[in-house]
Design a protein around this ligand. Structure first.
Ligand code: RP5
Length: 307
């Protein structure tokens, strides 16, 4: 091979590498960018399952870079997380020596938004103030990692033909949504990633538990998930449980049943901490838990569906 051909080949390889890198970096930052994105669900309300009122935080006061001298959030860590295997031990415990911003044994304390700061020895929410310090009901100080499977199919009429929206002319997408038992909101059937667990395992488990109530069609589900989902988001979740020192982050993948012949055929049955499950039409009126609707929107763009 001549040196000019070799240089061209090298150039093309590098181009491909950086294209992949850029795509995932853009995907990660397109929805939630610290310093631009302002969380909403974890501000100015009563902390879930408690009588603790969050300290007021206006839009202008969210970012840590904005001065807020009177900021004095109450401290709250829910008693029910004490002693749980999925939760960090108390801060003053002898056994708790957290390695922030890194893989701490099996516990992933890294954020998808880069290195988070520490204040008074505790991780600081990368988006900003929430009006509450402590851990709330989240198990981990800092990032609490979840995984969200967005299972989709095209909406069809009784004859099996695709249904398009008359205004946009685009096909209507449907997703599997569950109703959460804690806040009664509809949501992607996601769940927490266990320490050391591969996200692909979490995605399959949570979907099977929450949307199929441990179906006997396990092999088909296994195959459907094995064929691979497409990652549509990785980062902060505007979850109502977030605090100044503990917050949710997720990895969301789309599993699309193009011809509706696989998971699209399964009978849905709510299980675990879901009280309801259904195929939901996806459009701009979609209201979901946290910022799940924004995450689903990424799938809409990917599949060029109606919104
Ligand atoms: C959300 O909460 C995540 O996006 C995920 O859907 C879910 C995980 O928490 P649990 O459902 O396990 O409470 O923030």
């Amino acid at each position: 091979m001549t040196s000019s051909k070799f240089a061209l080949l090298l150039f093309l390889c590098l181009l491909q590498f950086f294209e992949g890198f850029l795509t995932s970096a853009l995907m990660m930052s397109s929805l939630v960018k610290p310093g631009i994105f302002r969380h909403l669900m974890c501000r100015n309300n009563m902390y879930p399952r408690s009588s603790v009122l969050r300290f007021p935080v206006s839009d202008e006061q969210v970012f840590w870079s904005e001065p807020y001298p009177d900021y004095c959030p109450p401290e709250y860590t829910s008693p029910h997380i004490g002693g749980q295997v999925w939760a960090d031990p108390p801060l003053n415990s002898e056994v708790f020596k957290p390695q922030w911003n890194q893989l701490d044994g099996q516990v992933n304390r890294k954020s998808f938004h880069g290195s988070y700061k520490l204040r008074d020895g505790l991780p600081l929410n990368p988006i900003g103030r929430t009006g509450l310090s402590g851990r709330g009901s989240l198990g981990r100080w800092g990032p609490n990692h979840a995984a969200d499977p967005i299972v989709t199919r095209w909406k069809r009429n009784e004859q099996g033909a695709l249904e398009a929206n008359p205004a946009t002319g685009k096909n209507i997408l449907q997703m599997v949504a569950i109703q959460r038992s804690d806040n009664k909101l509809w949501a992607i059937p996601g769940g927490m990633v266990d320490p050391g667990e591969n996200v692909s395992v979490t995605l399959k488990r949570e979907f099977t538990e929450e949307a199929l109530n441990f179906t006997d069609k396990a092999n088909m589900v296994e195959q459907f998930f094995r064929e691979g989902g497409v990652q549509v988001y990785q980062g902060y979740v505007d979850d109502f449980r977030n605090t100044d020192n503990a917050w949710m982050e997720t990895t969301a993948l789309n599993f699309h049943d193009e011809d509706g012949s696989q998971v699209g055929q399964l009978e849905l049955l709510a299980g675990d901490d879901a009280t309801n499950v259904r195929w939901t039409d996806v459009d701009s009126g979609l209201k979901l838990h946290a910022n799940h609707a924004d995450i689903v929107r990424e799938v809409v763009i990917r599949l060029n569906a109606h919104w």
